[in-house]
Every structure is written in structure tokens, then in C-alpha cells.
Design a protein around this ligand. Sequence first.
Ligand code: SAM
Length: 284
Amino acid sequence: MSSEPGKLFVVATPIGNLKDITERAIEVLSGVDCIAAEDTRHSARLLEHYGITSPMSALHEHNEQAQAPRLVERMQLGESVALISDAGTPLVSDPGLNLVRLARQAGISIIPIPGASAAIAAMSVSGLPSDRFCFEGFLPAKASARRKRLTEVVEESRTLIFYEAPHRILDCLADMVVCFGGERPAVMARELTKRFETVHGDNLAALQEWVASDPNQQKGEFVILVHGAEPQSGHELDEAARHTVETLLQELPLKQAVSLAVKITGLKKNAIYQYALSLQAKAD
Ligand code: SAM
């Protein structure tokens, strides 16, 4: 065994198409003493495809706490470890944070081997502003928590990027329509790099309808990108209108308060709705 400490390589793997792996990733995976994989059976397919025979050990959300210190010990004894997840870049909505943190604390060199990530691939083809973006990952599974999270980012001006699973895609889009308003531009990127790759952009209401009307569009893996909020020009609502919304919201549920405020002020529903949502988010 070497007296030099080993290294930790954080290696991106494909998000569908097995060819989306770098030469360097193959070289590193072939050369390490251990590949820490989220699901060893799943990754066996990729390793087999490239003739990589390095031994694997499982590192997933349920055993990471216990496994990470063991792997760090091995690296301190001179072994090198590569961390991979089922798809894309480890630690992006995937396990590995404990291991990377512990390795960093132990002074072990941590080397990124960059490659695919669904969020970045989706953004690169979305046509939405990409100079500043906000990765939100998975929304909470429960409807109330999901709406709360969406409400918290209603005023975010950067492009928002979400991951979603097929069994929640319709609920997720419906909640986005409620929270962001149906007019907000959005893009759905489904099954990227795979056979049924689809990238479809529209406003949220139309996008929701399009997905709801076609069961095929509800299958697979999804990235949803939502245009950031337009800057509120000194607030579209003047002080009197803001006061009206605030007062109504103290007495009525959101929908009723918004609808009455629109009648009283004669202002645009969306502006009033967004303001009411921002008040609600602050109150929660
Ligand atoms: N680490 C991965 C990455 O770098 O993108 C993400 C892992 S996360 C557990 C899995 C989620 O990523 C899926 O539910 C989906 O939202 C998104 N995703 C992964 N592969 C995808 C693909 N080929 N097309 C669209 N979305 C994908």
C-alpha cells in the first residue's frame, strides 16, 4: 500500500445515452481501487459497456453516513476512490455530500471529472435566459409543501430549474400554474439524450394542458425550467392598491382577496396575484 494518501475522484456519468462519458472518466474509473456507486447493479451496465473492472462498493443515501468514513480511511491508507451516481453528476440531487465533506476535512485531494448533468443539458437547449439561473432540484412531494416552496420563489428573477418524477409531473405543473400564473414562459425537457427526448416550451398554462392531453408526455425523466419573474417596475401596484390587497388578504382567502382587489382597483389580475402571493410567502 502507498504511503501517499489516495485521491477522491467525483465522476460524472451519462444521463441516458451511454456515449455521453468522457475519455478521462473512463480512464479514471478503470484505474481506481474502488468505485463508490449509488446503485452497483445499475452502474454495472455502464462499467461493463466500457470494460471497466474496478471493484464497486455501494454508497447511497441510506448508508452514506456509515460508508463515508470507511472510504476516507481507505484513501488515507493510499487507495483511490471514484464516486459515481446512477446518472449525471454526483451530488446534484444525488448522494455524495458526506463523503466529499469528510474527504475535504481529512485533507484528501478531491478531483472533479466533469460531464453530463440534466439541469445544464436542459438549460442549454431551453432558450430561456441562462446567464443567471437558480437550481431548485426536486420539489417536496406533498402538495402543501410544494406550493409553499413555489410561492417562496415566485419573485425570483433568475431562470428556475426543477427536477420532477413522472408520477408527479401533472400535479407539479398544475401547482406552477397556480403559483407563477399561467402566462409565465416555461420549458419541459424530457428523456434527454434518450430515444424519446422531447423539449417543449410554451407558457405554463399551455404546457400543462399539452402534457395533460398526451399520456406519452407524462413518462420518463423531467427537467422543468421556468422563466424568472419580470422585475416589478417600482411595483406595478401603487400604495393604495397594495393597501387594498393587504387588507383583503387579512380577511379573505387568497383567491377571493385577489378577485375583489382586481374589481376594486381595476388593475391587472396577474400583478395583484403576484403581490398577494409575495405577502403570503412572507407571512408563512
Ligand atoms: N445527478 C443527476 C444530474 O446531474 O442531473 C440528477 C439525479 S436526480 C436523482 C434524477 C432526476 O434528474 C430525474 O428525476 C430528472 O428530473 C432529472 N434527469 C436525469 N436524467 C434525465 C434525463 N435524461 N432527461 C431529463 N431529466 C433527467
